[in-house]
Design a protein around this ligand. Structure first.
Ligand code: HEC
Ligand code: HEC
Length: 393
């Protein structure tokens, strides 16, 4: 039981680790329908960066240049987030797309990455907990996948510092647990007739290897860039298309009164966690305790601290918080307005001058304004983009 729980908390590791069991059962891959792919590859490596957003994206080791070409730079040694990712290629990301949606990555061919990270929900799940391969439910809420290559910390407890670590480390951990199982995954995938050509296109030869699987998935995840919201477009014309309510919400969001932007900051409205930032540091951080409970059932990074998540596409990724406790953005705003609990580790920003949890005393219009502003962060193009859609249907 404990083991199953553990697996579900580490979704990728779980998926891969589970293949260890294949070793003994020698489960044959059933006939899988082949994915339907475009005649020539979609363009993943040369992304259109709308409205000059490119300038904002030279963070975390990932650079999108003026032409929108994705490239990864190795940061100076000793910097927090030294990616050594290879560049995204169209063939590599295409293979990654197929892997992302392929249920063969689970032992009983029941779940794919895309089962819990669904495009229509900006790659969140739409449910409180997600259903894993055995029908068990993850204790934490599935997160939207948002400009994930630019993240300094991943998962609700920020336990992993970068996408590279996320995709490669589970594989390496798994080698520690028994090398054969990754080979079994590779062999299983090699049996599906659609894979060898995809691997050949991506890597020059048809061999299916764990390193290639990790690389292709990384390339696909890296190419999922979301930067085309009403808010992004507003950068160009001083938010001319914003309603009065949205403008009021933006002002509040940025204000010292609501302090939202002091935690949800930068181009991704996520933790200011670079080196030298308030939530950065030598260990993986970017977490805060926002007083959801006096006593946490899940302590996250410790002491009820959880990742300060990106707010991009937030209108699509309900329910909210690490445990999906809030169904609406109105409930979230009400939490910050009147619901903060006096946890001993409550972030100092959320206490008032008297040392008690803040009470923002927002009026009804101010609350709707904050919600209206949050809704301007939705990238409608992302959720319809065929490049990120499920090729198996
Ligand atoms: C059973 C559901 C499920 C499956 C299958 C699944 N995930 Fe997840 N994913 C989750 C949950 C739940 C979290 C949050 C877990 C946590 O914080 O402990 C998460 C978190 C993530 C994150 C971190 C996002 C961030 O911003 O911190 C990434 C990236 C991710 N998953 C990618 C993948 C990939 C790639 C696959 C397939 C190899 C996959 N997931 C399969 C449920 C799932
Ligand atoms: C002290 C830092 C901090 C401040 C200030 C802050 N947040 Fe957050 N926010 C967080 C953390 C941490 C979480 C995740 C908490 C959890 O899941 O336990 C979060 C979660 C959220 C979520 C849900 C995200 C998701 O994917 O489920 C929304 C929406 C949100 N905050 C909006 C706001 C707004 C609006 C304000 C201003 C009124 C604000 N936040 C102020 C740290 C902060």
């Amino acid at each position: 039981m404990k083991n199953a729980f553990y697996l579900l908390r580490w979704p990728l590791l779980g998926l891969l680790a589970v293949l260890a069991a294949c070793e003994t059962t020698r489960e044959q891959a059933p006939e899988m329908t082949a994915p339907v792919l475009p005649e020539s590859f979609y363009n993943y490596s040369n992304v259109e960066m709308p409205f000059g957003a490119a300038r904002d994206f030279a963070i975390g080791g990932m650079v999108v240049d003026q032409q929108g070409l994705i490239d990864f730079v190795t940061l100076p040694s000793g910097s927090e987030n030294a990616f050594e990712l290879q560049n995204v290629t169209d063939a590599g990301a295409t293979l990654g797309r197929v892997l992302f949606y392929d249920r063969q990555l689970s032992i009983n061919n029941a779940v794919a990455c895309g089962s819990c990270h669904r495009q229509e929900f900006a790659f969140a799940d739409g449910r409180k907990g997600s259903e894993g391969f055995g029908g068990k439910v993850t204790p934490r809420n599935s997160m939207g996948i948002v400009n994930v290559a630019m993240n300094n910390n991943l998962f609700w407890d920020s336990r992993i510092a970068s996408l590279r670590q996320m995709v490669v480390q589970p594989v390496q951990n798994h080698i520690e647990m028994g090398m054969e199982s990754m080979e079994v995954l590779s062999k299983k995938l090699a049996k599906a007739n659609y894979y060898p050509p995809l691997f050949e296109a991506a890597f020059g030869t048809p061999e299916v290897t764990e390193g290639r699987i990790a690389s292709a998935l990384t390339q696909f995840l890296s190419s999922m860039i979301t930067a085309n919201s009403k808010f992004d477009r507003g950068q160009e014309d001083n938010f001319a298309a914003f309603s009065e309510l949205e403008k009021m919400g933006m002002t509040l969001f940025l204000s010292d009164r609501a302090k939202c932007a002091s935690c949800h900051s930068g181009p991704n409205f996520s933790a200011p966690d670079g080196p030298g930032d308030p939530y950065g540091g030598s260990t993986v951080k970017g977490t805060a305790n926002i007083g959801l409970d006096l006593l946490y059932r899940d302590n996250g990074k410790g002491e009820g601290q959880f990742k300060i998540p990106s707010l991009r596409n937030i209108a699509l990724t309900a329910p909210y918080m690490h445990d999906g406790r809030f169904n609406t953005l109105e409930e979230v705003v009400e939490h910050y307005n009147s619901g903060i609990q006096a946890h001993t580790n409550l972030d100092a920003k959320l206490t008032g001058p008297d040392g008690n949890p803040q009470r923002l005393n927002l009026n009804a219009m101010e609350k709707s304004a904050l919600v209206a502003f949050l809704k301007t962060l939705t990238d409608e193009r992302l959720v319809q983009d065929p490049r990120f859609s499920d090729p198996f249907r």
